[in-house]
Design a protein around this ligand. Sequence first.
Ligand code: NAD
Length: 298
Amino acid sequence: MKNRIITILALIFSIFIANAQNTPKVPMVKLNNGMEMPQLGVGTFLVKEDAVQRVSYAIKVGFRLIDVAQGYGNEKEVGEGIRQSGIDRSELFVTTKINTTEMRNGTVRESLDKSLADLATGYIDLVLIHWPVEGKIKETWQILEEYIDKGLIRCIGVSNFNPHHLDDLLEYARIQPVVNQIEVEPYLTQQKVVGYTFQKGIQVQAWGPLGQGITGVLEDPVIGEIATRHGKSIAQVILRWHMQRGLVTIPRCDNDAHTEENIRIFDFELSPAEMEIISGLNRDQRSNSKNDPDNFPW
Ligand code: NAD
């Protein structure tokens, strides 16, 4: 009987060790306020009905950074997915974004209270201004600073900000933005905005890292060749390119097989020449021409 118990315990222990070794470790990046965030996470744009399962699965395979937005209409489901994963809240980094409508309507406080209630994660790690709504950035920023003071959110940042938007904000910001989340992929390298953002001590985060699945970058033959050489998929090579550029990124988690594939990018490295070839594919091509920070219709 005693031997059987020992054998069973040894088996459980070996499964635990095997799992621990199998879970890829995502590097952390240090933000300008001293806090850290995982360099790779998952996005939840257009993940709605099955968001609970998809988010919970992503956390189970090792993702700890979850990106959501008021505009995606799924904060409740994402919050539930976080709880169902069984991973301790303190290990996770949750981002949401203030919708343009709330900025225009003067309902930013109400929207933040709703995000806090819907996510029900106690606090939110990072809140971003989703788009630079002209004439509304300063008052929104001051409300975000107020919520930091109250301890309800931990970091604040921006999204879709061009250098001139950053310059304006930095003139009056009492609390510095930690992140600028912008559209970046091999067909849209955003060299200038990336460089300027880093120069200001702000972490660049790439949205649409795989071209939103619509720009054709996932079928690019040049990246395909590099992928074959490394025994990886095109998506994995693109995500690895983002990592080696020093960007944080958040590929969408709408498919568990993809989610599992997307975290397995820490066991190979692109050479400087391969990095250059991928960056050289730039066409300044947005996934949608409406995604222009200086002229967007929402
Ligand atoms: P994405 O570049 O992550 O591409 C999503 C598409 O790629 C989906 O169709 C998905 O099924 C597919 N995909 C994912 N992994 C794959 C793999 N391994 N192989 C093949 N296909 C794969 O596009 P996205 O979702 O728009 O961007 C990522 C996240 O960025 C969003 O989910 C959202 O959280 C955020 N985002 C932010 C903004 C903003 O304005 N700040 C705008 C859009 C998206």
